[in-house]
Design a protein around this ligand. Sequence first.
Ligand SMILES: Nc1ncnc2c1ncn2[C@@H]1O[C@H](COP(=O)(O)OP(=O)(O)OP(=O)(O)O)[C@@H](O)[C@H]1O
Ligand SMILES: [Mg+2]
Length: 688
Amino acid sequence: MGRIRILSDQVANQIAAGEVVDRPASVAKELLENALDAGATRIRVEVEAGGRKLIRISDDGHGMNRDDALLAFERHATSKLRSADDLLSIATLGFRGEALPSIASVARVTLDTATGEEPSGTSLEIAGGKILRVDDAALPRGTTIAVADLFFNTPARRKFLRAESTELAHVTALVTHYALVHPEKHFELISATHTLVSAPPVTRTAERIYQIFGKDTLAQLLPVAAEIPFDRVGLPEPPPWKKDPDETPRKPGKLRLSGFYSKPELQKLNRNSIYIFVNKRLIRDRLLLHAITEAYRNVIPPTSFPVVLLFLEMQPEEVDVNVHPAKTEVRFRQQSFIHDFVRDSIRTALINARPAAGFLAALDNAPLASPSLMPPATSPLPGAPGPTIPDSESPILDPSDAASFRLTPRPPTPASGRLAFTESAAGNGVSPLVEAAISLLAPAAGLSHGCAASDTPIADPSKFAEFADTVFHNSIETAAVEAEQAASNLNHLRALRPLGQLRESFILATGEDGLWIIDQHVAHERILFEKILHDRQVERVQRQRLLMPLLVELKPAQMVIFAQIAEELERNGFEVEPFGPQTLAVKAAPVGLEGAELERALGEIIDQASADPDERASAEALIPLRSRIAASIACHSAIKVNTPLDPARMEWLLLELSKTEHPTSCPHGRPIALLYSWKDIQRAFHRI
Ligand SMILES: Nc1ncnc2c1ncn2[C@@H]1O[C@H](COP(=O)(O)OP(=O)(O)OP(=O)(O)O)[C@@H](O)[C@H]1O
Ligand SMILES: [Mg+2]
């Protein structure tokens, strides 16, 4: 008895329809998802000519019997769905019964499959939708599908295919995604004769990240895990007398979150390094992207984005996956609950971890984040307001995005240079193609040894095979655990001993971990920022009266903006009145803000407020305004560079900084304290 049934029209019509196959990567995606749905533990992907010529995926899943093998190529034939009700709780990656017929209509497909339960397996060939051959064949359990000559019968679509290297990078990115979410499975990607991904099973995601991205990236990521019962929220229960006695109460279960997020020092110019998986499905979701950006607000600059691998698990009833033909978007039943939980979990994890930025890592990362290199869709101007709901830029590769990036401030390291390392380069065990895929995904600072989007992604893949051996057979687990534990933490700040200042601008201090260098201005800025926000929250802002009102000239447009934000300014300690048509008289100001700095801060606040008129519309939108005002006041009242500090003042600064929520970075996202670790110092002096 086969598993597959043809869906009734009534069910088929309820499925989000659209083009399923538009490029080699989408074929690979569908076949990979089928293999995973079939319970495979080992998946091998082979491609030729970037997948145009051939994509072959072999799995050791449950396979199909002869009837199913034939039925699988009918439209709306699926084993994963029966009735319209099943659409409300989809637990598989596929559910439409559309992928195989769509692929078979535009390519030459060979299917070899066996269940391991029947005496023989089935081998069939189908081209342009027509079955050419069906045979019995002796095969091991599992399925191999080979898709050759994609779009051979639709030349117009063939023309639109991109360069082989681009397509290959997309397929690589795809295999990488699925490998990340299934560390317990064995993934291989082979192009011609080169192994591009080889990820044998491991027990933990950290080890998988190590296998794929290398030690350096893993060292910049921190783990997060949290869960919450769904039943604290949702629709109100009907009173007992109104409940249907036969109805089984809905048990919404728990929302589980796990994954990795980057230390503030690792920053990207776009959202492409944010991977979100819901029930092991890679999705793009504006809401969750927004939650993640919110978690990093005032920790990294508004123009930068973190690297996040987020795995959410929930009952299938809580999420509708039938909203997009490519199955890459979902709709949550309890949207804002999930949004807030994601934001708060990451933010809390950041606050608790208080990761210290390494001096060398900071040197490596910062210069690449040049805003002028950003594509228009994701490039708010420097100093522009904090992130708003992001556009639907896809974390799944979009070649046009990649093309619009030209991030080449750092010359690419030649592959051979990296490959020359054996032991200590284990962490850099990324094939040039995986690098190309990563650079498409993350074309900005830092991730995976700072590889920038490159025009020539394939740099001698043949070297990779030999290298892969060294990498993957190194003690993966030990390295992964080490990298995770290595994170120094800013709680040590309070125990530091200040030695003095460097050019009256940076405090030098020593502690158990090594030598710390603290930027006195941004340290004070962070302390003041959090204090101002807190005082504003509890309505206890401290203001000081000026002996003489300070007169500030504004342009007419600025006067309009001033009128709109006057109330919020007053709540932050300003007492300002119009004094003539284009002049303001400042009578009182937040404590610590004086003279020219007061005038500058006011101008800055007004200018920033004018940058996004929409944000001022609602009461909730006051939050970013509030934090922008706090950031301006803090910046202009903080101790300046080139200011001598006595030891007591330095100690006070370190102690107060250690008490802040985010001692890692100033409200504009610059690092505050950098650690030159004891290990690095010993290494530099050749003592280890
Ligand atoms: N690798 C595989 N191993 C076992 N069965 C498979 C495999 N690939 C496909 N099938 C069977 O063929 C059916 C049709 O596959 P197809 O991908 O066309 O549809 P689907 O996965 O059900 O839905 P979707 O169109 O959303 O992917 C599947 O429901 C499954 O039963
Ligand atoms: Mg499928």
